[in-house]
Design a protein around this ligand. Structure first.
Ligand SMILES: Cc1cc2nc3c(=O)[nH]c(=O)nc-3n(C[C@H](O)[C@H](O)[C@H](O)COP(=O)(O)O)c2cc1C
Length: 165
């Protein structure tokens, strides 16, 4: 598998912790988007993008300014997996919307987006991150379901590793 770059935005450290865990497991490089690492994108064939959701369905703050920069990069032919942190109990109407915002922004940029996840194991009312009945990436809920994070993550990583170049 070619080297993977993980780009994450995190306000209170939850997304950062997950990103660090993934980096260890995949031996991947890790970038906090707060550092505007736009020049690093091009060197990776495989990308993992992680965000939390804030406000009412808003992208994490650092992603807000980084997403337009990411969109200026050439994503053609890249393989991309998304993960999103959210709180399905307090925000059931905008659960992991941030992941959906990133998906919508990159979906027509010529990249292949992998790692879609079944919605049936999650309890929520509405999410911008659901497309054709599936989550566009891996949702994780450290606020209410952190007991499920390890197994969700390990299943997802197995799948994306098979589909990364
Ligand atoms: C003020 C506030 C607003 C939030 N809004 C949402 C939301 O709309 N949807 C959601 O799924 N989670 C929401 N969350 C939950 C966070 O996304 C969640 O706690 C996440 O783990 C934070 O990750 P981070 O520390 O990496 O930023 C919100 C949390 C707070 C405190």
């Amino acid at each position: 598998m070619k080297k993977t770059g993980i780009f994450y935005g995190s306000s209170n450290g939850n997304t950062e912790n997950i990103a660090k865990t993934i980096a260890k497991k995949l031996n991947a490089d890790l970038y906090d988007v707060a550092g505007k690492p736009v020049n690093e994108i091009q060197q990776y064939q495989n990308l993992i993008l992680g965000t939390s959701t804030w406000g009412s369905g808003d992208l994490q703050d650092d992603w807000d300014s980084f997403l337009p920069q990411l969109l200026k990069a050439d994503l053609t032919g890249k393989t991309i997996a998304l993960f999103g942190l959210g709180d399905s109990e307090s925000y059931p109407d905008s659960f992991v919307d941030g992941m959906g915002i990133i998906f919508e922004a990159i979906k027509d940029k010529g990249c292949k987006i992998i790692g879609q996840v079944d919605t049936k194991e999650y309890s929520f009312d509405s999410s911008r991150a659901v497309c054709y009945g599936k989550f566009t990436g891996l949702p994780l809920d450290e606020d209410n379901e952190n007991n499920l994070t390890a197994i969700r993550l390990s299943n997802w990583l197995k799948e994306i590793e098979q589909n990364f170049d």
